[in-house]
Design a protein around this ligand. Structure first.
Ligand SMILES: [Zn+2]
Length: 204
């Protein structure tokens, strides 16, 4: 992940040791402040109706026309659940209060410099309506998913885990760690250390 220009003034950035920290930070000589390239936070929510999950077909670049679980970047001033609820409303017209979203998965995707936080929720009906960022939306059972047309195949294993949890009727809390060489999805168990390791994701 490389930052070339200052997001405030547009000047080119230089590497500099800041505050004695051993790693180099990007620094703007014009603004005289460090400019960090910290990971972006993506909030998402798996909404289930029975054993079907809500998907949206993107109408924005990148990945226009491809399908994804509703989600997007957390905005300043939002809590994680507020951001996930906003994305559901904007992309699929599904209105759920943040209190109805249960924390479900966290993921670190080092090669795209993102952290995602996923919630889950259950609804009684499949009512949804594509928003301005979506071409379509719908609730799909595992066998009906548009697997050949997904926007982010790197998280397919996480989505399959949701269908597994729907089938077994119990929901763990999961943490995923993804790097170029390794994909690890582990169930977080209170007071225990039961780990489920998945093979490297081959669909990238
Ligand atoms: Zn600057």
């Amino acid at each position: 992940m490389q930052m070339n220009y200052c997001p405030e003034c547009g000047a080119s950035l230089e590497r500099r040791v800041v505050a004695g920290e051993p790693r180099n930070h990007w620094f703007c000589r014009t603004c005289k402040v460090p400019r960090h390239d910290h990971p972006m936070i993506v909030v998402t929510c798996f909404v289930a109706c029975g054993k079907r999950l809500l998907w949206v077909q993107r109408d924005l670049e990148p990945k226009r026309g491809l399908w994804a679980i509703p989600g997007g970047y957390l905005e300043s001033g939002e809590t994680l659940a507020q951001g996930a609820a906003r994305e559901l409303r904007e992309e699929a017209g599904v209105l759920l209060s943040p209190e109805r979203l249960a924390l479900y998965m966290t993921g670190t995707i080092t090669f795209i410099n993102q952290v995602y936080v996923a919630f889950r929720a259950t609804v009684e009906t499949t009512d949804c309506m594509p928003g301005v960022e979506s071409q379509a939306c719908g609730f799909f059972a595992r066998g009906d998913c548009p697997w050949e047309h997904v926007a982010y195949p790197e998280v397919n294993d996480s989505i399959r885990q949701v269908y597994d949890d729907l089938d077994r009727g119990t929901f763990g809390v999961w943490q995923a760690q993804m790097s170029q060489s390794r994909y690890l999805l582990q169930e977080v168990v209170q007071g225990g250390d039961r780990a489920v390791q998945k093979p490297p994701c081959s669909s990238r």
